[in-house]
Design a binder for this molecule. Structure first.
Ligand code: RP5
Length: 249
């Protein structure tokens, strides 16, 4: 759950300081640790333009009025009062492309169906504009928005699918191994699953929009799972377990 955040990055990020597996945890001393500091201009300009009404915090952490809290554990703060990634070092400090200091909350829908002819499980995936990887049609929680609403909204915005998650059970709440994560800003998500009847699923009009350049129903096989964005494979595996335990297929 903390591999891509150490070894991958968007193009615009500086090279991460190399962190070997033994020195990931903060409580293991690493005297030579000297990660570059990077906060994208996109983030800085967002705060300047919209202040507290926008999606980005001020660059000066002392001006952040809200309490910074995580799904994972009570956070620790460094000497500059910056929240420390609960999974450990990432080789980069600052916020990168993420707006909030500490957790940046997202929501992720897993929407599945069973093809009655092939007897294979399929799911809705989008191709992300930023890295061209297949991913769950998830996105960031808007201020004050309940996570299940984020899940419905993002699914609709990115894939065109209008699906109710009102009755859905939350599969996961926690850290996402996202290539944008840093020592001081990272993504935490809420994942919910909805298994659709095949006929009903055919009424959905899929259309890639927003951060997506393609959307498809794809067979859930190893090729898809192993190439999914961030920690999305782990989330889909939870949905598959649920399908099995609840005899949904
Ligand atoms: C992932 O990034 C989350 O799991 C979610 O799918 C996504 C949110 O970021 P954007 O799609 O809004 O860039 O870490």
């Amino acid at each position: 759950m903390h591999i891509k955040a150490i070894s991958e990055k968007p193009n615009e990020y500086p090279k991460r300081f190399e962190v070997d597996s033994e020195h990931v945890e903060w409580n293991v001393l690493c005297k030579i640790y000297n990660p570059p500091y990077y906060t994208s201009n996109i983030v800085l300009k967002e705060y300047e333009a919209h202040k507290e009404k926008g999606w980005a915090d001020p660059e000066d952490i002392t001006q952040v009025a809200r309490k910074i809290e995580s799904f994972i554990k009570k956070l620790e703060f460094d000497a500059f009062n910056r929240p420390m990634n609960p999974m450990g070092r990432t080789g980069l400090c600052g916020r990168g492309l993420l707006g909030k200091w500490g957790p940046n909350f997202a929501g992720d829908p897993v929407v599945t169906r069973l093809d009655p002819l092939t007897k294979k499980i399929e799911m809705i995936v989008i191709k992300r504009k930023d890295c061209l990887q297949w991913a769950l049609p998830g996105g960031m929680v808007d201020a004050g928005e309940p996570p299940l609403k984020t899940i419905e909204r993002e699914l609709e915005e990115e894939s065109g699918a209008d699906v109710s998650f009102d009755e859905s059970q939350i599969l996961y709440q926690g850290y996402v191994d996202d290539r944008r994560n840093t020592d001081n800003a990272w993504i935490e998500t809420t994942v919910a699953h909805c298994h659709l009847n095949y006929e009903k699923s055919q009424d959905l009009k899929l259309k890639a929009e927003d951060d997506a350049i393609d959307v498809q129903w794809q067979v859930v096989d190893d090729t898809l799972l192993n190439n999914l964005y961030a920690s999305h494979k782990a989330f889909v595996l939870l949905a598959l377990e649920k399908i099995k335990s609840e005899n949904l297929v």
